[in-house]
Write a new protein. Structure first.
Length: 337
């Protein structure tokens, strides 16, 4: 960066450490190299996110650089959320505090009961979370190894999702992060294996309730039947197979055989014939309302002193491909007058 900006490396180091205040010429050079507006560097520092309070998915595979990039995305997401909440009334958080619960399946059942879901499959996981007050953002391509992360801020739950994975994987990641928000709200998970296993077990039970699964899965389970049945619960074939063996509907030997065959058919690395990706209801409504006032994503980025691609990264694929929504919004989002 020093070379591209025409500055000495120790100058960059002193600026990063807060030892020096840059002059306007230096700020202009840094802004050019980093492709951020000059005004961004004169804004107050973005809100810090305590990494101890953040639940990362795939923490063990993540480098410090990718973790820092994800945390930075979280800080920018908080700025965007503040800007949005100054203009719209978003749903209030409606989550249980189950930090006392040690049984993930029981916790999943409590949340389903609290939200009145019964045993039915969840038709749209993202819409459900948004209805219950979860603030959803996406992760950009430079944090591709971070599956998802979540945290609480000012009694509001936030989830950041990787949208470069299959739609089924993103749904499971969202349920996994919901587990952290309700079961590990007061802890410092830091990606420990036991906590991650709890979140996986919660997500599995939440997305595939035991009673519904037992009622719908035929006695003789084959790979073809798993591939057909997974569409009901909108999960990956591997996730359904694992759930079946955890409920002892597949023996360990059958489970290994199923996994081998699913891998041979391409289900270990992807989801052939997968479902359509879920999109955000809230972001569509927000952008639709803003469009009525001719406020585009470029306008929002300018107001926040961010490059447009940084803003895009925070709502990438969540609002769909179109910037201009087709048709007016409906439902509980209200503009603040």
């Amino acid at each position: 960066m020093a070379e591209k900006a025409g500055l000495a490396a120790d100058t960059i180091s002193r600026l990063e450490n807060g030892a020096n205040e840059p002059d306007e010429a230096t700020v202009a050079k840094l802004a050019t190299v980093l492709m951020f507006p000059v005004a961004f560097f004169h804004d107050p520092n973005p809100e810090d996110i305590d990494t101890r309070a953040v639940s990362f998915r795939s923490f063990s595979k993540m480098s410090a650089r990718e973790r820092d990039a994800a945390i930075s995305a979280g800080s920018l997401g908080l700025q965007l959320n503040i800007w949005i909440e100054e203009r719209f009334r978003l749903p209030k958080a409606n989550l249980l505090d189950l930090s006392h619960e040690t049984n993930p399946a029981a916790a999943a059942s409590y949340v389903r009961q609290f939200w009145g879901l019964g045993e039915k499959p969840i038709g749209n996981m993202l819409a459900l979370l948004e209805t219950q007050g979860v603030r959803l953002f996406s992760l950009s391509e430079n944090t591709a190894t971070v599956n998802a992360f979540s945290f609480w801020r000012d009694d509001k739950p936030f989830i950041f999702l990787n949208n470069f994975k299959t739609a089924e994987s993103s749904i499971f990641d969202a349920a996994h992060e919901l587990a952290h928000l309700v079961m590990h709200k007061h802890g410092e998970p830091k990606g420990s294996r036991s906590v991650e296993r709890e979140a996986d077990a919660f997500a599995s039970a939440f997305l595939m309730p035991e009673n519904d699964l037992r009622a719908r899965i035929p006695p003789r389970i084959t790979v073809d039947r798993i591939i057909d049945a997974k569409r009901r619960w909108r999960v990956s074939a591997m996730a359904l197979a694992y759930r079946l063996q955890s409920l002892k509907l597949l023996s360990p030997w059958q489970y290994r055989s199923v996994c081998i065959e699913l891998g041979r058919r391409g289900f270990r690395l992807g989801e052939p014939g997968g479902i359509a990706r879920e999109t955000s209801v809230v972001w569509k409504k927000v952008l639709s309302e803003l469009w009525k006032e001719r406020t585009t994503k470029q306008t929002i980025a300018k107001n926040l002193h961010l490059p447009t691609d940084e803003l895009e990264g925070l709502i990438w694929n969540l609002a769909g491909a179109e910037e201009r929504p087709s048709g007016p919004p409906t439902g509980g989002l209200r503009l603040v007058k």
